[in-house]
Design a protein around this ligand. Structure first.
Ligand code: G6P
Length: 611
């Protein structure tokens, strides 16, 4: 989604802004822009539709330079992706960039029109620029004080960075609902929506809190809280291994491909971090966690997108292994529903980014509802979800840049399974042999390496999809969510319409879609549902559907020309959902390559959905 970077320095900051925008590209966007002011108060700005590279070329052509500046990648919400809707937006001397949505922008637009302002864009952002300008004209005090008067008039979620051409040696920012950080540099300070944008210039970060307003100059940083009091916020010196090398995708062609191939190592790291003397440890959750876990009688999981598919799988595990009733819900539904908290319920949020607006809103909503506590399983240690949850488990997937989640999904599943086994032990459920499961988990990375060796076979299979417009994915049990994940991956990056069904539901509708030529991808594991799934396969075959089956090599099928089977090495059934996620990712990746789509930044999608 939208990305922000701002800088104040004594040197030209244009390249810092452009490099920052490049590092924010992974979030997904459709246009980009930048504005800079130099020592002579000369404002220059450029906005371009499309990739940051287009903006970079334009900046070179017009030789932009300045010591104070703001830049933005826009993911359209209000108004099409056009140059005039791209940020920054300007109202006289006020120049702003904005992430988020101003819900009452129509009303404000009408009021501002009556005050004589005209609008050059369809965005909600331009409203903020005019509002700041109007308030400044009413009482020309410090820009931070002007912003304090503007904030109560804005309804919605936002982070904004403002530059004032009348006072160009400073930038002012405000945060409410969307993440915003300050980066402390040498003779320079910065704002950004994501610390990644600032990695080339600093590792020292201050995370703004809800309602904060901040002002930076090249030497000073000052923060006011939501009641206008000057506050100190902790400075975090970033130690995480995220480095420029994480951002380098060579020798791979795409980040998604790199991240698929990183899975054996990422899963290994996740497992090792949570093992102690051959048993699972959840030391990360603090010394009193066992007391809390013994009280848990129910688990409520909330997530979006791919993380929701992890939630689906973990419900099977929690109920079967830990004997805990579990409900799961998409965050955007949960937050608008009058839900009832079951007694002894633990809330779990799942998120790769830790910034998904709906998941965060759901967490905040539940704060006083009576849950035993909130646990988040997340891949970004400094994210808002992590900061606002009572308990945190970090997946050790490393930086994930491709919009389509891959390694953050499989590490999320791995950690969830380990958590379920731990909770089962704490609750005194001895039916499962933890050591045996740990042993199987330790072999999982090498099993996934075996799948990666099937790249050519999967690539070959992908060729069939070149002219397909639809695909159906089938699975049962814990592999039903993986069928859903396979369908999601395919539609996200290849734009082929894909649906997933629990195979037992075939007769209740989707069988009507089967005709000769309809591709049906079936995930088959050697579990208690195998015979039932084989019957479903027959139902598709007798109607002429083209079957593409992913199955373990010890499973036999009646051969037929409508059926192509990709055999995989055998896997412990409990781990099958983690394992089968990988060929689904590889299939989607190869189909997208053949279709020539933008694999890492699929159209209209964002890595971190902050609105
Ligand atoms: C976006 C991403 C997906 C992700 C979903 C939920 O749609 O493109 O890959 O699954 O958000 O994100 P989260 O960060 O909460 O897991």
């Amino acid at each position: 989604m939208c990305g922000i970077i701002g800088a104040v320095a004594q040197r030209n900051i244009v390249n810092i802004l452009l490099e920052g925008l490049r590092l924010l590209e992974y979030r997904g966007y459709d246009s980009a822009g930048l504005a800079v002011i130099n020592h002579n108060n000369n404002l220059q700005y450029l906005r371009k539709v499309g990739k940051v590279n287009t903006l970079v070329e334009a900046v070179k052509q017009y030789s932009l330079s300045g010591e104070t500046g703001i830049a933005h990648t826009r993911w359209a919400t209000h108004g099409n992706p056009t140059e005039s809707n791209a940020h920054p937006h300007i109202s006289n001397n006020i120049i702003i960039v904005h992430n988020g949505i101003i819900e009452n922008y129509q009303l404000l637009r009408d009021i501002l029109r009556q005050r004589g302002y005209s609008f050059l864009s369809e965005t909600d952002t331009e409203v903020i620029a005019h509002l700041i300008h109007w308030e400044q004209c009413q009482k020309n005090n410090l820009l931070t004080q002007v912003i304090q008067r503007v904030i109560p008039q804005l309804h919605g979620t936002y982070s904004i960075v403002i530059m004032d051409n009348l006072n160009p040696s400073r930038l002012v920012a405000a945060r409410s609902g969307s993440p915003l950080i300050i980066g402390r540099g040498e003779e320079a300070n910065f704002f950004a929506s994501d610390q990644r944008a600032l990695l080339p210039v600093t590792r020292r970060f201050i995370f703004l809190e809800e309602g904060d307003i901040a002002e930076i100059t090249n030497k000073t940083i000052c923060i006011w809280n939501n009641i206008g009091k000057i506050v100190e916020r902790a400075e975090i010196v970033y130690q995480i291994k995220t480095d420029m090398k994480d951002i380098d995708k060579s020798p791979y062609c795409h980040y998604m491909q790199k991240e698929i191939y990183e899975q054996p190592l990422a899963i290994k790291n996740t497992i090792e971090k949570h093992l102690c003397s051959g048993l699972i440890t959840m030391a990360e959750l603090g010394p009193d966690i066992d007391i809390l876990l013994r009280q848990v009688q129910h688990v409520q999981i909330i997530a979006c997108g791919t993380s929701y598919h992890s939630a689906m799988v973990s419900r099977y595990w929690l109920e079967a292994l830990a004997k805990l009733p579990c409900d799961i819900e998409i965050a955007s539904e949960f937050r608008y529903r009058k839900s009832i908290v079951r007694s002894g319920s633990l809330l779990i949020t799942l998120s790769q980014s830790g910034e998904t607006a709906d998941t965060l809103a759901a967490l905040r909503l539940t704060k006083n509802m009576g849950y035993l506590g909130s646990l988040t399983i997340c891949n970004v240690a400094c994210s808002t979800l992590v900061r606002e949850s009572d308990f945190v488990l970090i997946t050790n997937a490393g930086t994930e840049i491709s919009v389509a989640s891959t390694k953050s999904f499989t590490t999320q599943l791995t950690l969830l399974l380990m958590f379920v086994i731990y909770i089962a032990r704490i609750r005194g459920i001895n039916k499962l042999s933890e050591k045996q499961i740990v042993h199987a988990l330790q072999k999982l990375p090498s099993c996934i390496e075996q799948i990666l060796l099937l790249d050519q076979a999967i690539k070959h299979l992908a060729e069939v999809f070149i002219n397909k417009e639809h695909a159906l994915f089938l699975g049962r049990g814990t592999l039903y969510p993986i069928a859903m994940e396979g369908a999601l991956k395919l539609k996200e990056i290849s734009y082929i319409h894909a649906e997933a069904y629990a195979a037992g539901e075939l007769k209740h509708g989707p069988l009507a879609l089967i005709n000769p030529g309809m591709p049906v991808i079936v995930i088959v594991s050697n579990n208690e549902l195998l015979d039932k799934l084989k019957s479903n396969i027959e139902e598709v075959r007798t109607r002429g559907g083209q079957l593409y089956i992913f199955a373990e090599k010890n499973i036999t099928f009646t051969k037929s020309k409508e059926m192509k089977v990709i055999f995989l090495p055998n896997i412990e059934p409990l781990l099958a959902p983690i394992y089968y996620a990988v060929p689904m990712q590889m299939l989607a990746y190869h189909i997208a390559l053949i279709k020539g789509t933008d694999v890492d930044q699929p159209r209209n999608l964002a890595k971190s959905v902050t609105v």
